[in-house]
Design a protein. Structure first.
Length: 752
């Protein structure tokens, strides 16, 4: 009773002095001067606040060091040689350290690691819109656009927690299906679109994951569906007027069919159209309208599709089928641990993962003598926008000296090979470079990379050798594409049709075609049956009623292609029949495509899908199958492109990397530069190296060969010539100022 009275007195703010601390179930509270009670942070929260304060203190200290550097103006060069202007200290903590940062590149690793979005993305937590510093984030719209994506802000679903709330298998299916169709990025561009995208994800997850019954989940989905369908907001008065006008027209039409075209009826129709436009405009400008629009119409179409599946999904057979196919996480108790273990034990060895090789050692033969004694020298000689040094450069003087000097020599050789000025190498002040300052490190990290949003090449300490030429072409491809294209994400090799300058557009188009297409010829190929999907194999450990239903579905599909006689065909006969069905003249060892290339690629993909079905049927009945199906087809695709497709992780991989034109272009440029150096009896393994397919195992061929390589090299020469003749390098100087604006030029250091 005493505790109850004390608690009531706390709530009423009576008798207790200002500053009095009271313990409650949810924490400690302190009385304020205005009589209200303020919750005090707990031990865990205090620890987090201290760590955050420590980070801010460290960050402000680093910022102060940068400002001190900025306020120190360099002196001019003397005697034609680049001077270090006082930045010649060998002590890494000294502001004048010769291999330190020169300028400022937005979004360094230490800054990105501290951001709220990246931290939650690493932890698998959903981003809260109220906790994002939108003003700071939008200082660089390009970085904001890359951060506000589904991958970064959606978070991971805690299936175990949902199961504890009462989520069953059917609910889990619905939820995973809906979340899978959430767009990867906002469907509304700009700052407002990004803000409402984060809010829409919060809204969606909060509404759906709070439900504990199937009926409750379906009712909420119906409500969401109506929000996406009824795309107008009307006052009660306008709603009544719209209804009355419609009823008047209907009554008039029922009495006299000709009245539909009368002046009064048409006036009512026009008024209704006006009311609808008012409602649609109000919806578009409302918060609920923006939450709907930011997901796009396709999202709501998918929700309607899910409702169409509602009836059949309640059947035990369908639920068991989804259990069997592992379409929802196993942690949600949809599959037993024993089944999961058996599945893992039955997996085949994966296809070897491909990566480009790097230089084993550094060698430079020939070329101009280049004196680069500091990062400042490097910036001044080539006109780089900024240079950033990572921890290993700051702590290891020898490494910093090696990479800084080697980069300077590589840029010199690149300028010679391309016949451009030294200042053109930096794309006239548009390009920055970082030495190990922007990677994540660890297993699987990139050897080197180019950042589109910040226009910076990052080279790593050990694995960056030989990658500079490759990454430099990514920069050229992107920056020229952005300068003459429609947005900052453009790459000339991919979006050449949007380039405004006709000569540059033709040069990029010629390069694209020379990489992807070649002379018509026959190409040998084999399909490993082990690479095909096993989803059509019916497991014997499934309940008998489930097996029966799966057999019914499998037989129905087999009859669509193979007819009623499929059970009398051998495996080889079935493959021949399948190939004939797709208008492919074939035998088991020879499949010749007679249609055009686009049709061939589509047919080939469908052919493999149906072949998986045939494999599933034959495996289920216990027939022994060959390891491979070999064939030959006619194609106009280049061997370079075909080999690039074979570098991809596997047939199931939807996302292409090695066979994209931007990656093919960078690899082809790498081989072009090495060929040009070789023709001049020169070598620079820091710029380019190992661009011969002889260096690669497992049949991997990442680079063009033979006549195709010669043809592609000629395309690069024409591209560089077009860029020089059209004054593209000179025009990039002004473009850099206007394009990078706030985030690159204003923040640029005075250390020039």
């Amino acid at each position: 009773m005493k505790t109850s009275k004390l608690f009531l007195s706390i709530l009423k703010g009576k008798k207790l002095d200002v500053g009095h601390i009271s313990n409650r179930k949810d924490g400690k509270y302190q009385k304020q001067a205005d009589g209200k009670w303020k919750r005090l942070p707990g031990k865990k929260e205090e620890k987090e606040l201290k760590e955050e304060k420590k980070k801010k203190t460290s960050s402000s200290s680093e910022t102060q060091n940068i400002k001190e550097k900025k306020n120190q103006e360099p002196t001019k060069k003397k005697g034609g040689k680049i001077q270090s202007d006082g930045y010649d200290s060998d002590i890494s903590t000294d502001p004048n350290y010769r291999f330190g940062d020169v300028g400022y590149v937005a979004g360094s690793r230490k800054e990105l690691a501290a951001t709220y979005i990246n931290r939650l993305a690493r932890e698998g937590k959903m981003v809260a819109s109220t906790q994002v510093d939108w003003e700071s984030l939008e200082e660089n719209p390009r970085v904001a656009e890359e951060l506000i994506t589904k991958k970064k802000v959606f978070g991971k679903v805690d299936w175990d927690e949902l199961a504890s709330k009462g989520y069953n298998k059917t609910m889990g299916y619905f939820l995973s299906k809906i979340y899978s169709v959430v767009p990867q990025k906002p469907m509304i561009s700009g700052e407002e679109g990004r803000l409402f995208y984060v809010r829409a994800i919060e809204n969606l997850r909060g509404r759906l994951e709070s439900k504990t019954t199937l009926n409750g989940l379906l009712e909420e989905l119906k409500l969401i569906d109506r929000e996406g369908s009824d795309r107008r907001l009307l006052t009660a008065e306008l709603q009544n007027e719209l209804k009355e006008n419609s009823e008047k027209r209907l009554n008039s039409f029922s009495q006299n069919r000709n009245s539909i075209t009368s002046e009064e009826s048409l006036a009512l129709m026009h008024r209704n159209n006006e009311i609808i436009r008012i409602g649609e405009e109000a919806f578009k400008n409302s918060e609920i309208g923006k939450l709907v629009d930011v997901f796009g119409r396709e999202f709501y179409k998918e929700i309607k599709g899910i409702f169409r599946q509602q009836g059949r999904l309640s059947k035990p057979y369908i639920i068991a089928k989804y259990d069997y196919e592992h379409r929802v996480p196993s942690t949600f108790a949809f599959t037993s641990k024993d089944t999961a273990q058996k599945t893992n034990q039955g997996k085949k060895d994966r296809k070897p993962v491909f990566n480009l090789l790097v230089a084993d050692y550094h060698e430079r033969i020939g070329g101009r003598k280049v004196e680069i004694k500091s990062t400042l020298d490097l910036k001044k000689k080539y006109g780089m926008a900024n240079i950033q040094s990572g921890n290993w450069v700051l702590s290891d003087k020898a490494s910093g000296e090696f990479h800084t000097r080697s980069t300077g020599e590589a840029f010199s050789d690149l300028a010679d090979v391309l016949g451009i000025k030294d200042s053109d190498v930096s794309l006239n002040g548009t390009l920055s470079i970082a030495f190990g300052a922007r990677g994540r490190g660890g297993k699987g990290s990139a050897l080197a990379h180019y950042e589109t949003s910040n226009r910076v090449i990052n080279l790593t300490k050990i694995s960056g050798g030989g990658a500079l030429g490759h990454e430099w072409f990514h920069a050229l491809d992107n920056i020229i594409g952005a300068k003459y294209g429609v947005n900052w994400k453009e790459f000339g090799t991919e979006s050449y049709m949007s380039i405004s300058n006709s000569k540059i557009r033709e040069a990029f188009e010629n390069l694209n075609h020379s990489m992807r297409f070649g002379e018509p010829r026959e190409v040998s190929h084999e399909i490993n049956l082990s690479d095909l999907s096993n989803e059509y194999v019916i497991k014997k450990d499934l309940p008998q009623d489930v097996q029966d239903r799966l057999w019914t579905t499998l037989n129905s599909n087999l009859q669509r292609v193979w007819g009623n006689q499929f059970d009398k065909m051998t495996f080889d006969q079935g493959v021949r029949h399948l190939a004939d069905k797709f208008k492919i003249k074939s035998t088991i060892k020879r499949i010749t495509e007679s249609d055009n290339e686009t049709r061939h690629l589509r047919n080939y993909k469908n052919f493999k899908s149906w072949l998986s079905l045939w494999k599933g049927y034959k495996t289920t009945i216990g027939e022994k199958l060959p390891e491979k199906v070999g064939f030959v087809y006619n194609t106009e695709l280049s061997q370079f492109f075909i080999d690039a497709r074979r570098l991809e992780p596997g047939a199931k991989s939807l996302k292409r990397y090695w066979s994209t034109t931007r990656e093919m272009g960078a690899r082809a440029f790498q081989s072009f530069v090495e060929d040009e150096l070789t023709s001049k009896k020169r070598v620079n393994t820091y710029l380019v190296s190992k661009s011969s397919n002889k260096d690669y195992l497992f049949g991997h061929k990442p680079f063009p060969e033979g006549e195709e390589r010669t043809k592609i090299n000629d395309s690069f020469k024409k591209l560089i010539t077009a860029l020089k003749e059209e004054g593209a390098f000179e025009e990039l100087k002004e473009f850099a100022k206007s394009f990078f604006g706030l985030d690159m030029i204003v923040k640029n250091s005075k250390r020039k």
